[in-house]
Write a protein that binds this ligand. Structure first.
Ligand SMILES: [Zn+2]
Ligand SMILES: [Zn+2]
Length: 222
């Protein structure tokens, strides 16, 4: 359906809707890049590079570090929305290019992604986090593997409190086979980190030495 529409409708920018490339130069320059100092542990912007911050200190996270390409606001929010809900799977290419540029290549042996509920993925026709992971794996020259499984349906995290999010994703994921080495865990948006933590803890239970999280965007206020 979307492939057919692509043939019939002239290409235009996913953010400003002007005819032209999927992400135009003007919108690209408006994206709030997270290329300054950040907290190495949770990926939030910081005044100087720090190992942890007031937001993540004392909180259990399953990943060793987290980094994102964009702050989840303004044009970045529109970009993520178009990618996740607008059927624009082609945005995976510029989005992963931004991640590769801003996040840099982490020391990982394999890349995987936070899995979608199979029902949601079937309705959407693609899974944004998987497309990002596969693009990044190419750029980082490491394999990408589906290491995690999700239940058929799970309540969306959006609109839940931090405690509700934690409960909603606790034991949400299973790693059906043993995992080795350091794993890059990819998702579209890092909000409270509850989803990334649940996925990372399961990867570590299955044998991963460490989990490094990389997301397209980081929400500053959960
Ligand atoms: Zn644009
Ligand atoms: Zn932090």
């Amino acid at each position: 359906m979307h492939a057919l529409l692509d043939l019939l409708v002239p290409p235009r920018c996913a953010v400003c809707r002007l005819a032209g490339p999927l992400l135009c130069a003007a919108c690209l320059s408006e994206l709030p890049l997270l290329d300054g100092s950040t907290c190495a542990r949770c990926g939030l912007p910081a005044e100087r590079p720090v190992d942890d911050c007031a937001s993540c200190r004392g909180r259990r996270v399953g990943f060793e570090s987290a980094a994102a390409a964009l702050l989840f606001e303004g044009a970045a929010r529109d970009l993520v929305h178009a990618f996740k809900n607008g059927g624009l799977r082609g945005l995976a290419v510029p989005a992963a290019a931004l991640m590769a540029l801003v996040v840099g290549r982490p020391a990982v042996d394999v890349v995987t992604w936070v899995p979608a509920d199979p029902l949601r993925e079937a309705m959407r026709g693609y899974h944004p986090a998987r497309l990002l992971a596969e693009q990044l794996a190419l750029r980082w020259d490491v394999p990408s593997r589906p290491l995690l499984r999700a239940p058929l349906w799970r309540r969306p995290q959006r609109g839940l409190t931090r405690a509700q999010r934690r409960a909603n994703v606790r034991k949400a994921f299973t790693a059906p086979v043993a995992v080795e080495g350091r794993v890059g865990l990819v998702d579209d948006v890092h909000t409270t980190g509850a989803t990334l933590t649940a996925a990372a803890l399961e990867l570590r239970r299955a044998g991963a030495g460490a989990v490094v999280a990389a997301t397209l965007a980081r929400a500053e206020h959960a």
